[in-house]
Ligand binder design. Structure first.
Ligand code: ADE
Length: 229
């Protein structure tokens, strides 16, 4: 899978994409993440990417021309399955969306800034608008990283034990059960006995019961979603 991220702040994205699991996946060629510096498509001597809003009001708006030039230059090189704009008024990101995006071959993620982007880009070029939560960040870069991370870890081979992506919280609309590691006793706190029993049928049942209990207590809406879908 190839992800092109269009941003005015490519340096901000470098470090998270060059560490840990994402770095390993890129090194192995399982995913390609390319940062497109929007400034290179800016207009005029100063390579401007934003301008005042028609009709007035505080804040700058990202101009149509640099963004369209960047998107069209990418589209000349390959076809894209989705052009995603990160925005707080988009659909809320969830595991289902991450799963479906992870099946695509090439996607573009556009990071917004300032007051937003010229609406005509949304009308004519963006195929999907995604929010990472009901709060407003200073730009779309951190949301783009969140989306990229959520997608990449679902690509086969990226996580060493594929089981571990399948048993994540949310994969079955259930939160994950609690986990423990050695020592089995720390101070006076012992791990649940069933986990050290060696009885795998019992362990599986315990984990499923815990997942259901945890979901009921913390995120009952997930159980309702399951019934509705
Ligand atoms: N840009 C600013 N805030 C955002 C959010 N919550 N989700 C996606 N993009 C954003």
């Amino acid at each position: 899978m190839r992800i092109d991220i269009i941003t005015v702040l490519p340096d901000l994205l470098q470090s998270p994409l060059n560490h840990s699991i994402i770095k390993r996946a890129r090194d192995k060629g399982l995913i390609e993440v390319h940062l497109q510096n929007l400034r290179e498509y800016g207009v005029g001597l100063n390579k401007n990417v934003d301008d005042y809003a028609f009709g007035g009001g505080a804040g700058m708006v990202m101009m149509i021309e640099p963004i369209v030039n960047c998107i069209e230059s990418l589209k000349k090189q390959r076809s894209y399955d989705a052009v995603i704009y990160m925005t707080p008024d988009g659909e809320l990101l969830d595991q289902k969306t991450a799963n479906s995006l992870s099946l695509l071959k090439n996607i573009i993620i556009l990071c917004g800034h300032y007051k937003g982007i010229d609406e005509r880009i949304r009308e004519h070029f963006i195929t999907r608008e995604i929010s990472i939560g009901d709060y407003v960040l200073t730009g779309g870069e951190l949301p783009a990283l969140v989306l990229t991370d959520a997608i990449c870890r679902l690509i086969p081979g990226v996580i060493s034990d594929e089981e571990s992506a399948l048993s994540d919280s949310f994969q079955d609309n259930l939160l994950a059960p609690p986990v423990y590691t050695r020592p089995a006793k720390f101070r006076k706190w012992e791990v649940p006995e069933v986990l050290t029993s060696g009885n795998f049928a019992k362990i599986e049942k315990w984990q499923m019961d815990q997942a259901i209990e945890r979901t009921k207590a913390r995120r009952p809406n997930l159980l309702n979603d399951e019934i509705e879908s």
